[in-house]
Design a protein around this ligand. Structure first.
Ligand code: CAA
Length: 389
């Protein structure tokens, strides 16, 4: 029985900052961000958008198209949780009116947790054919203003439906994994911005990629040329180029020409270049972009996927694209969402990211910005109040 991803729905905030504008204010050559990091724009979440609203907005098309009756689980992967106790999944459960029978939990391990959710979901569906799991991966990536991480900030969400006989991607049984207790990137409970040792985190990411590849290769018996396409966790899109160089140096991958690299990699970078890092959603945003923007027929192609979460846990896995996949995509809606965003000037960006959530338990009504159907209306007695606009 095939098990895997049946639907992919992407959502990002309606606001962005052009990194050329950030470069001008920071007095940096804009090519450092555009070429050196491979990033063009960063999505900025307005004050009435959080991971709950982004996740619910991403999942809504799936729920409307496929219903909720066969859902056993809602798994919410994030490292931008809104509560230390109540799962973001529970708020979404309410907003989407999921059945009482459908359990909902939140998962955390930096940017890796979406992949943990996917593996749990596939195992559940394999044991319960005919049932389905809804996964949401959503994050807001925040670093200190003027820090090296600032141009890699971003925000976004991907919702996935996992079931048997999936319409998009049937997952292979093999995986190559790696885990090590390191402090490359973290966010203490008292901070809204992450802390990171950037160069070290990049080295740990690249080392994990090679270790995972070797284990995946040994487990599957497959070689690099069995993977027609590659999607990776993308803290910034140029990291894939660094990954390919490392795989070439340490694991015998060929040095691909620019054309070969573009064919196998570039379609999957299209959305992440426009949103910045979306942490748990990043790999699945890349997969969505590959499906949506690649003009070739991907049917039968095996896609290699590399998931990385700082701290760190990583995994290489793969899946095979299913015939007729295009009928299950929302490519036009995704392109529209990205194209219709509103550009912020630098001061508007700084004003938004320096706003903090109220902490005094008072009554607050938040100004209405552009969002999807769900928004964060305010706070009341220490409770977040959501509404469907
Ligand atoms: N034109 C073209 N390229 C230029 C340039 C110019 N004018 N100026 C600089 N560059 C290049 C540099 O040569 C460099 O390329 P190489 O890596 O090939 O040498 C690139 O631009 C970046 O320049 P720096 O290394 O000087 O950049 P930096 O030190 O200021 O910051 C960073 C880079 C460390 C990635 C930083 O953005 C950061 O800390 N980001 C957050 C952490 C992160 O993303 N880590 C990735 C792995 S961890 C992970 O994956 C989990 C996660 O999601 C966070």
């Amino acid at each position: 029985m095939k098990v895997g991803i049946d639907r992919l729905s992407f959502y990002c905030p309606a606001y962005y900052l052009d990194l050329a504008k950030l470069a001008a204010v920071r007095q940096v050559d804009p090519n450092k961000y555009r070429v050196g990091l491979g990033q063009e724009r960063m999505a900025v979440a307005p004050p009435d958008e959080d991971v709950v609203t982004m996740g619910a907005n991403a999942a809504l098309p799936i729920v409307e198209a496929d219903g909720v009756e066969d859902l056993d689980w809602l798994l919410f992967a994030t490292e931008t949780g809104v509560d230390q106790s109540k799962a973001a999944a529970m708020f979404v459960h309410g907003l989407l009116e999921l059945p009482e029978r459908c359990t909902a939990v939140e998962l955390k391990q930096a940017c890796y947790s979406g992949t943990a959710a996917l593996q749990f979901a596939c195992a559940w569906v394999a044991a319960h054919p005919g049932r389905a799991v809804l996964i949401i991966a959503a994050d807001i990536a925040r670093y200190d203003l003027r820090s090296p991480g600032e141009p890699t900030q971003g925000a976004g969400a991907v919702a996935m439906r996992v079931c048997a006989q999936p319409r998009l991607l049937a997952l292979d049984p093999w995986r190559g994994t790696y885990a090590d207790d390191v402090m490359d990137f973290w966010r203490p409970n008292y901070r809204e911005e992450a802390l990171v040792d950037g160069p070290y985190s990049t080295r740990v990411y690249l080392n994990a990629m090679v270790e995972c590849w070797k284990r995946y290769r040994d487990a599957s018996g497959l070689q690099w040329d069995h993977l027609q396409r590659l999607c990776c966790h993308l803290p910034f899109t140029r990291i894939v180029e660094k990954g390919l160089q490392q795989l070439h140096r340490q694991a015998g991958w060929p040095a691909w020409s620019a054309e070969e690299t573009a064919r196998r990699i570039s379609y999957g970078l299209a959305y992440n270049r426009q949103t910045g890092n979306t942490y748990a959603a990043s790999l699945y945003e890349s997969l969505t972009a590959l499906f949506d923007t690649c003009p070739d027929d991907l049917s039968g192609d095996r896609i290699g996927l590399f998931s990385y979460g700082s701290g760190c846990t990583a995994e290489w896995f793969s899946g095979v694209v299913q015939p007729g996949y295009r009928a299950a995509l929302w490519s036009e809606a995704h392109a529209r969402r990205l194209a219709e965003r509103v550009e912020l000037d630098y001061q508007q960006y700084e004003d938004i990211v320096t706003l903090s959530m109220p902490r005094d338990g008072g009554e607050y009504v938040f100004a209405q910005y552009r969002t999807g159907p769900f928004r964060l209306a305010g706070m009341s007695q220490h409770k977040r109040v959501y509404e469907r606009a």
